[in-house]
Design a binder for this molecule. Structure first.
Ligand SMILES: Cc1cc2nc3c(=O)[nH]c(=O)nc-3n(C[C@H](O)[C@H](O)[C@H](O)COP(=O)(O)O)c2cc1C
Length: 275
C-alpha cells in the first residue's frame, strides 16, 4: 500500500503529478482527482515527485503529508554560496579530540540519506563509530595488523606508498591514516542492487558537503577503505558489515582543529565537446 491520497478541496486538477510521475501510473479521469489503480502501485518508485511537484500541497503518499515538507521558495542557498561551499570544502586531517553529539551525527546521516540511489532503493547502510575511544581502538587494531602484514611482505607492489604510513605508526605512533579523527563512517549496500557502490559514494559526497556546511571536517579515507576491503576482511565483521554488502567507502569526520581562510583555485578542467 502506497497510501496515495489527494485532498479534493485543495487539488486544482492541474495534472502536474500525472505529468511528472516517472512510472506514469497516476491518472486523472474526467474531472476526478488524480489516482493510482491498485494493480499499478507495485510500479511506484516511491520517489515522492507527486508530493513534491503539487503546487497546492494537495497530495500525500507513503504516509507523508506535504505540509511537513520544507517549501523550496525562499529556502534555497544562492548559487554563489553553494559554489563557495564546494570550492571551500577541504580534506581535514587535523581534528579536535572530542565527540560530536549523537543528535548531530544522526542529523548529518539523515541529510546524507536524501542523496539519490539507483531505482530509488535507498538500501544503503551507514556504519558509524560514534565515540572517539571506539574509533581509536578500531584504528589501533587496523594499524597493528597492517604492521604485521608489512613485516610479512604481504603488501602488494602497488601499495608501497601506504607502507610509509604504516612504518610511521609502528615507529612513532603517529597516525597518518585515521588522522586521530574522533569518528569513522562507512557506507555499504547490498551487492544485489543495480548500483551499490555508486549509491554509497554519492551518499558520502552528500554527507561531506553537508557536514562541512555545519563546520564539521571530513576526510575520504582511501587507505582505510583499501585496508578493510582488501587486506583485513575480518575488520568488516568487526564493524558488523553484512557479508552480502558491497563496501562503498570510509570517511573520517569530527570537529576540525584547522580553519581554512579561503577557497583553493584550479586550472580549468578538461572538457571535450563532441563535434
Ligand atoms: C576517493 C578518495 C580517497 C582519498 N583517500 C585519502 C586518504 O586515504 N588519505 C588522505 O589523507 N586523503 C585522502 N583523500 C583526500 C585527497 O587527497 C584530497 O581530496 C586532495 O588532496 C585534494 O584536497 P582537498 O580535498 O582538500 O581539496 C582521498 C580523496 C578521495 C576523493
Amino acid at each position: 500500500m502506497i497510501d496515495f491520497n489527494v485532498d479534493s478541496a485543495r487539488c486544482t486538477r492541474c495534472g502536474q503529478c500525472v505529468a511528472d510521475c516517472p512510472s506514469r501510473i497516476i491518472v486523472m479521469r474526467d474531472h476526478a482527482v488524480p489516482s493510482i489503480a491498485p494493480e499499478k502501485e507495485r510500479a511506484c518508485l516511491r520517489c515522492e515527485h507527486c508530493l513534491a511537484v503539487c503546487p497546492e500541497a494537495a497530495l500525500s503518499i507513503l504516509g507523508f503529508s506535504p505540509d511537513v515538507s520544507t517549501l523550496l521558495k525562499g529556502h534555497l542557498p544562492e548559487p554563489d554560496q553553494l559554489e563557495t561551499l564546494i570550492a571551500g570544502r577541504r580534506s581535514v586531517r587535523r581534528y579536535r579530540s572530542e565527540n560530536l553529539s549523537p543528535e548531530l551525527i544522526d542529523r548529518l546521516i539523515a541529510v546524507a540519506f536524501f542523496a539519490p540511489t539507483g531505482v530509488n532503493t535507498r538500501k544503503i547502510r551507514f556504519t558509524v563509530l560514534d565515540d572517539r575511544e571506539k574509533t581509536a581502538r578500531f584504528r589501533d587494531e587496523v594499524m597493528n595488523r597492517l604492521v604485521r602484514l608489512l613485516e610479512e611482505g604481504a603488501f602488494p607492489e602497488s601499495k608501497t606508498y601506504y607502507a610509509r604510513f604504516v612504518k610511521v605508526w609502528e615507529k612513532h605512533k603517529i597516525d597518518l591514516v585515521f588522522r586521530d579523527a574522533p569518528h569513522l563512517l562507512v557506507v555499504t549496500a547490498p551487492k544485489s542492487l543495480s548500483t551499490p557502490r555508486e549509491d554509497c559514494v554519492i551518499a558520502l559526497t552528500t554527507f561531506e558537503l553537508y557536514a562541512q556546511a555545519c563546520g564539521i571536517g571530513t576526510l575520504w579515507n582511501g587507505i582505510a577503505t583499501w585496508a578493510i576491503e582488501q587486506m583485513l576482511p575480518e575488520m568488516r565483521q568487526r564493524l558488523g558489515i553484512p557479508d552480502d554488502h558491497a563496501f562503498g567507502y570510509a570517511m573520517l569526520f569530527g570537529k576540525p582543529a584547522v580553519h581554512y581562510a579561503r577557497t583553493v583555485q584550479h586550472h580549468p578542467p578538461e572538457i571535450y565537446r563532441v563535434p
